[in-house]
Design a binder for this molecule. Sequence first.
Ligand SMILES: [Zn+2]
Length: 307
Amino acid sequence: MDVGMKKLTVLKSKFLWIAGLVALGLLISVSLFAKKTKTPVLRFGMITDVHYAARDHFKERYYNQSLRKLSEFINVMNKEKVDFIVELGDFKDQDAVPNEANTLGYLTDVEAVFHQFKGPTYHVLGNHDMDGITKTQFLERVENTGIAKDKNYYSFNQKGFHFIVLDGNYTADEKDYNKDNYTGVLSYIPAREVEWLKEDLKSNQLPAIVFIHQLLDDSKGMKRSAQNAPEVRKIMEDSGKVLCVFQGHVNSEKYSMINNIHYYSFISTVFGSGLKHNSYVIVDVFKKGTMKINGYREASSLKLLSH
Ligand SMILES: [Zn+2]
């Protein structure tokens, strides 16, 4: 199986994008830094927007190929012996004409593959995870290692770093997304979760890395980001502890730096036919907070500097 890491310079547009960031001193391509490789403190695997359903493709979404793509990810993660894996939401999808029993079956099937990883597994809730079922139904069927089944947002520590999983799947009147109020577009972090985040950051002294499905950095294009993203960003900024926010949902590699916090989103697994269109990363985290993102298949490799 040919699972090579993709270099940054393949696409001109991508190269220019990266070059601009390098000029800003925010990000450095892996090839430029190859000589300075040190041993990471920890490594974790990440995949997003798996959208598994046993249905035929719709446009570029190849739902029924996602188990195969996810299997490849799991095989590589087991081989690389990463410390844990996380999926950034929209883990499952549903039939063109939704059927609850089928939807739950797709979730069971995709979780069974995810669980073949020999280590801790974590899920971030995505909007599609509640398109035809409830948030509770989803949470009951997945395992977030060491986390109670009823927690939709939570945190954990690994090797001197703090990891925070947020849930942006709420309506603006602070109701959980469920099958009955699913819109797939709006995202909001309710006051109780904002307060929890504030306390969680306060009570922990470790540098933190945040995972969320929707964007927290795209406040101008509010459709793709949490409606109260600026409020959440302020809390993270005030803590002085957050290094980076990893995001899914948008099927594109987007990077921004806002007030010393990196924001990075990457490509969906479900898009494109065949394993060559798979996309996943291993993140190497170094002692002082620099992160090296090792991209596989369509995902880019890059380095996020600590500051
Ligand atoms: Zn989504």
